[in-house]
Design a protein around this ligand. Sequence first.
Ligand SMILES: CC(=O)SCCNC(=O)CCNC(=O)[C@H](O)C(C)(C)COP(=O)(O)OP(=O)(O)OC[C@H]1O[C@@H](n2cnc3c(N)ncnc32)[C@H](O)[C@@H]1OP(=O)(O)O
Ligand SMILES: CC(=O)C(=O)O
Length: 523
Amino acid sequence: MSLVKLYDTTLRDGTQAEDISFLVEDKIRIAHKLDELGVHYIEGGWPGSNPKDVAFFKDIKKEKLQQAKIAAFGSTRRAKTTPANDHNIKTLIAAEPDVITIFGKTWDFHVREALRISLEENLELINDSLVFLKQNVAEVFYDAEHFFDGYKANPEYAIKTLKAAEDAGVDCIILCDTNGGSMPYEVADIIAKVRKQIKTPLGIHTHNDGECAVANSIVAVDQGIVQVQGTINGFGERCGNANLCSIIPAIKLKLKKDCISDEQLRHLREVSNYIFELANLSPDKHLAYVGKSAFAHKGGVHVSAIQRHPETYEHIRPELVGNSTRVLVSDLSGKSNILAKAEEFQINLDSKDPVTQEILEEIKEMENRGFQFEGAEASFELMMKKALGTHKKFFQVMGFRVIDEKRTDDQKPTSEATVMIKVGGKIEHTAAEGHGPVNALDNALRKALEKFYPKLKEVKLHDYKVRVLPAGQGTASSIRVLIELGDKISRWGTVGVSDNIIDASYQALIDGIDFKLHHEDSV
Ligand SMILES: CC(=O)SCCNC(=O)CCNC(=O)[C@H](O)C(C)(C)COP(=O)(O)OP(=O)(O)OC[C@H]1O[C@@H](n2cnc3c(N)ncnc32)[C@H](O)[C@@H]1OP(=O)(O)O
Ligand SMILES: CC(=O)C(=O)O
């Protein structure tokens, strides 16, 4: 099996994305994660750009990586200087990376407009920068910026720029779709032509402005490219870079070429989530292969079929990339969704049992009122238990009151809640304050119940989402609250709907507490 080398630029091109910035410590942690994933090259940054990137190259030298090589990025020398005197080239060498990658201009339009030098001078600075770097570093790569646009505009000149790099003895020439507008059929056609004229190993670096970055990388590999550049989760300038989380499984599972081991592939989803986390972004659940929804089945027809054979609606086995099949419940469900969820919750339910149809009808009716169970599986499990008569009543809320008070214009409002609950024969009346009315109600409920059920102390509120649902004809709009609670072991979501935000929050909180008590009771 031929080997395709992976070159990750999450730490350089990835950080050119709006909203993404990593601390040096984050970059080091990400480098370790990429190394464990089996990435061959990690582009750590542009040392000529900022002190943080200089610090990264200094710090990464103290770390022990299993196999990945560290690459530093920069540009060809500036006009009117020599490579030995060029500040950028000097800082690249001073960073002492394993590999240096520099970009240079391929497109005659860019040479004239962006650099404002002659076409001949551009060829000279590509060549002498690379010759100089090859004398100082073991491995040197050349990123042919705007290669495909340049080739389309002036193929003869574009090839001359590659020859200037080839003559310098570079180890790999990377064809870049810098503006991200090339189409897969153009990329395939141009690479086939380039391969007839350039003998240096070729790589690919694509951007996603035409939503074709992954497709363009895959056709490039199919055309014999030996290095693929990209970022985890497709982070990158404008619409992003080619997403390695899609390219890696495509190389292994579709093109049947080698890049990382099967075991490393099983960590792909974990790596994707880890890097979202360090970027302080919520994971994109709709990402191919690694997203939470990538193998989530909602339509009843799909759920029925995957239970008979997963391949009916899954293009690969999700475990291969560390993902898993999920079944969602909604008003698009059929009996198969209900039965699959019952099995997941370890509830015995038969397709012929009339309760199955009753649960299905209740979901459809509740979704029509604004409930949504996709993010609230704990509420759905409790609803199933109620329908089957296996729900236990751990407590009864006899009433609650929430007061919000703002005494003067410049004073912050204060919130206080009182609740009355009954557990067994005992009545507990408790008050608590909070940051806002919902927090006060949550505190009061838990304070009252923790006396009877101390395990509730472990429960934390992780997420609280409110959505105003559009009003129907002649009706007031209602509010849907989705919350996520968790303990040391797991997290669970619940839902409440009402025309009153406190009541909707109350329903979701009660389900969240009830769910914890049912699960504590069953262990
Ligand atoms: C396709 C890519 O993603 S390339 C990577 C882009 N990434 C970044 O730009 C992030 C890091 N960049 C930086 O920190 C800064 O831009 C620096 C430090 C590199 C340069 O800063 P400055 O010297 O202030 O220049 P500025 O940012 O305005 O960039 C324009 C200069 O780069 C030069 N330049 C652009 N491309 C190249 C190239 N391939 N080779 C040589 N010089 C180049 C331009 O000619 C211009 O130089 P001039 O002002 O002497 O005419
Ligand atoms: C080199 C690079 O980042 C680009 O051409 O997009």
